[in-house]
Design a protein around this ligand. Structure first.
Ligand code: KG4
Ligand code: ZN
Length: 337
């Protein structure tokens, strides 16, 4: 058995996990900073870094305690090194390097988006690879061909906003709170997805890239009036808001599903995996389940607890790199992109 300690601090969640053999999650702790950033309507990088400093060491101890192991039982330490907020990443990378040096353990660097791309494999008994992976999160929206967790090529990516960012911005336009994704998801359940038709940006024929900024602007003008960026919110009753959330969600889901199917055709691989915070979206999960069933595609949706940022996916992804002989040294650093 190979036990990997995973550390994730790329944005506003401080997370630590212990995963055996890349799929057996022994402990998965997330200290959310939601309370610290909510009143600013978005993540404040300086506050995030400071909170990681305060929370990371106690969380490592707590995670070891939960799994009833000590650092002696850990075979390798995996840490997110990119992409993310540089100050936040540096806290996790420094902690991982210090532990690796002090306890003489191998150190493994992990790309956060690649970890989202392979997170559907956690908890699965059989390997799902090769697969087309859709990653839709607050910072990224990309399609990958994952031949196996060590061999990942990008097929397409957003040229402007990420899908989760669009959810957060629409929630901000409607003054619904932060983070917006889960709130818009909830309001969309009560709305009519067909009452308002928002644009679906498909870009050039055959393109696997995404664009969500036009959709966000369409919602902005729908609420405030064409060409306006304020006012008009008071005209909306709760049902109008629910319908906007449903219409907006349907537009995002249509684009994500259409591009994923196009990627399946281009890559010639009949398996789809989906990860990232937006993979928790109810409408997206239902549509993918239906569409993949109709097309005889195998679908693995990341379990809800591993969709938003967590360290189980970092430890699991780190395990595959470790098993392939990958090692980082103490010159390891963080990279924002
Ligand atoms: O993967 P994640 O935790 O962080 C990044 O790597 O960015 O994703 C966070 C994003 C946020 O934009 C959040 O609003 C969105 O995922 N999100 C959702 C849902 N839950 C989280 N978007 C739509 N529906 C949801 N249920
Ligand atoms: Zn993420």
């Amino acid at each position: 058995m190979t036990l990997v300690l995973g550390i994730e601090t790329s944005c506003d969640e401080t997370a630590v996990a212990l995963v055996a053999d890349g799929h057996d999650v022994r402990a998965n702790s997330v200290a959310s900073q939601f309370d610290l950033h909510a009143r600013f309507g978005g993540v404040v990088p300086e506050i995030a870094s400071r909170a990681h400093v305060e929370r990371l060491n106690p969380l490592i101890h707590e995670t070891l305690r939960q799994a009833a192991v000590t650092l002696d039982d850990v075979d390798a330490i995996a840490v997110t090194t990119r992409p993310g907020l540089i100050g936040s990443l540096l806290i996790g990378v420094t902690a991982a390097k210090t532990l690796a040096w002090a306890c003489d353990k191998p150190l493994i660097d992990v790309n956060h988006v690649h970890a989202h791309a392979t997170s559907a494999g956690i908890d699965l008994d059989a390997s799902p690879w090769p697969a087309v992976a859709l990653v839709a999160s607050g910072g990224h929206t990309s399609l990958y061909l994952v031949r196996d967790p060590r061999d990942i090529s990008e097929l397409g990516r957003t040229i402007d906003d990420a899908a989760g960012e669009a959810f957060d911005k629409v929630a901000a336009i409607l003054r619904l709170g932060f983070p917006g994704g889960p709130i818009v998801d909830d309001r969309a359940r009560r709305g009519d997805p067909e009452r308002i038709s928002f644009p679906r940006s498909m870009l050039a024929p055959g393109s696997l890239d995404f664009s969500f900024s036009g959709l966000k602007t369409a919602v902005l003008y729908h609420v405030h009036g064409s060409g306006k960026t304020s006012g008009g919110l008071e005209r909306l009753d709760p049902q109008n808001v629910d319908d906007i959330c449903a219409g907006f969600s349907a537009a995002v889901v249509d684009v994500l599903v259409a591009k994923t199917l196009a990627a399946v055709d281009q890559a010639g691989v009949p398996t789809v995996v989906v990860g990232g915070g937006v993979a928790a979206n109810r409408m997206l999960r239902e549509r993918l389940q239906r569409t993949c069933r109709d097309r005889n595609l195998t679908l693995h949706l990341t379990p809800l607890k591993y969709c938003t940022d967590n360290a189980a996916m970092i430890a699991a992804h780190g395990y595959h790199r470790f098993a392939a002989g990958h090692r980082a040294d103490l010159s390891l650093s963080a990279q924002a992109h």
